[in-house]
Write a protein that binds this ligand. Structure first.
Ligand code: LFR
Length: 473
């Protein structure tokens, strides 16, 4: 009998439930539910609508019944860094504030007064992003200390959903590493760091590794769904799951392309040298204690916002066509400038940046899109140069995974600019990584090497090579 696993993959703009199963040693996927995810304003803060997200997860699970399928397990992954706090009764004492909220403005600098930037990097290996959990918690400590006094349990977003499903509180390792509160070497919560910051260490839960069965569904949910299943912790950080699904990693740089572009390599150890700190690379914990040495690049968020600011008049495919028509237009913005994290209006922010830097100002939708794509490519190229400098060797190929790898124009531009072979796929990398992690927990797949072999033979990967005389101008 086929053993089905159910992957819940929620990103910053949408969530999906995907069934996965092995057939003749090939991995098959079937999407059964999709929903949107939006940031909502609550009490002056941008938050995730966590109740709506959980009710969508439940809706998706119930759809299994309509299909006559009882999955053996479920695994949840989402974006990183965000969390909730629970009181002694297991009730929420915080909203799920979103990382794009501005409560952490200036907080990073305050934390550096307590612990130097260099020491923080040496211990955690994590990049400096103003929205990291460490700065979010410190902002609460400063502005709402009573909330931290009441808090008994710290759960990241997928941990919280797992808690709702099983009643068990635990922190999954890959996501926990994104907090910048985990020691990269002991892989445990850094108690000394927490003490330095005055954050109660007892709210943090036991760290569990990906591929762990957390438990079964709570009884009331078994009654509601009509079946039980195991709740597995995959790499609950979506990027962690996505990178599991990179079929071939030797001498390859990956780009996990979605709302963010995560560009980097997989490593057996964290690299905390000064150059890595200066270039702001991170060492996120991965499956099998592998590390993702990567850099966050603002990613398709730029074009998602542009699309929204044009009142969704053009589809993503139309933006690509319009950008091609605006081929002669040239202007580059630094996509990683914090001003693009959550501007009131992305189009105007891009235009202002171009005016301030004495460049042509994009005015038509095609020119704005061309500017975004060229700027992303320039930023990828810069990050690749930094990786090659740190590793003191060239990486001949790039593997783009995730929804963004469907943008063939962008893939080609990346090949042209870097003069490297670009491989695009698998598109559903995050769900695939989530599913193979469950299959490993269920002992259907032996290890990550076998998982990658299966992935390589199951999904299409397209190749793009550099065209002569083409490069980002
Ligand atoms: C991608 C991602 C990135 C993380 C960012 C914020 O979805 O998880 O890895 O840096 O979102 O959590």
């Amino acid at each position: 009998m086929k053993k089905y696993t159910l992957a819940v993959d929620i990103g910053a703009s949408s969530g999906r439930l995907i069934l996965g199963f092995l057939e003749n040693n090939a991995l098959q996927l079937e999407e059964i539910h999709r929903f949107s995810n939006n940031i909502v304003k609550k009490d002056q803060h941008f938050c995730w609508d966590i109740d709506k997200l959980f009710s969508e997860i439940k809706k998706g699970i119930k759809k299994c019944n309509d299909l006559g399928i009882k999955p053996a397990s479920i695994g949840i992954d989402t974006w990183a860094v965000d969390f909730v706090l629970l009181d002694e009764h297991g009730e929420l004492v915080t909203d799920a504030v979103a990382y794009r909220d501005d409560r952490t403005n200036g907080v990073m600098e305050e934390v550096f007064q307590k612990i130097s930037k260099e020491r923080l990097y040496l211990e955690t290996g994590i990049q400096f992003q103003k929205f990291n959990t460490i700065y979010q918690l410190y902002a609460i400590k400063k502005n709402n200390p009573e909330v931290l006094d009441k808090a008994k349990t710290f759960l990241m977003i997928p941990d919280y959903f797992n808690y709702l499903l099983t009643g068990k509180a635990a922190n999954e390792y890959t996501n926990a590493s994104s907090t910048q509160l985990l020691n990269a070497f002991t892989k445990k919560w850094d108690k000394e760091l927490l003490e330095t910051l005055g954050i109660n260490a007892s709210i943090f839960q036991e760290i569990k590794l990906p591929n762990t069965v957390l438990g079964n569904l709570k009884e009331e949910l078994v009654d509601e769904f009509g079946f039980d299943m195991k709740v597995v912790m995959p790499a609950t950080h979506d990027t962690g799951s996505a990178v599991i699904a990179v079929p071939e990693l030797n001498d390859t740089i990956y780009i996990s392309s979605g709302t963010w572009s995560l560009i980097g390599v997989e490593n057996r150890f964290p690299i905390c040298i000064t150059k890595a700190l200066d270039y702001n690379f991170t060492n996120e914990g991965g499956i099998d204690y592998r590390f993702r040495f990567l850099k966050n690049i603002m990613g398709l968020w730029m074009i998602q916002e542009v699309k929204r600011n044009y009142d969704n008049r053009y589809s993503f495919a139309e933006f690509v066509d319009l950008a091609k028509e605006a081929n002669d237009f040239q202007a580059i913005v630094d996509v990683n400038d914090d001003r693009f994290l959550k501007p009131d209006n992305m189009i105007e922010e891009i235009q202002k940046y171009c005016a301030e830097t004495n460049q042509n100002m994009p005015t038509t939708p095609g020119e704005v899109a061309k500017c975004v794509y060229d700027s992303l490519v320039a930023s990828y190229k810069g990050a690749i140069d930094e990786i090659e400098e740190i590793f003191e060797k060239p990486f001949p190929s790039i593997n783009i995974i995730g929804g963004g790898c469907q943008n063939e124009m962008l893939n080609q531009l990346i090949a042209d600019a870097t003069k490297k072979s670009v491989y695009a796929g698998p598109i559903e990398a995050t769900a695939i990584g989530n599913i193979v992690s469950q299959l490993m927990a269920l002992e259907e797949v032996k290890d990550i090497s076998e998982a990658r072999r299966i992935i390589k033979s199951s999904f299409e990967v397209k190749q793009f090579d550099a065209r002569e005389n083409e490069a980002v101008k």
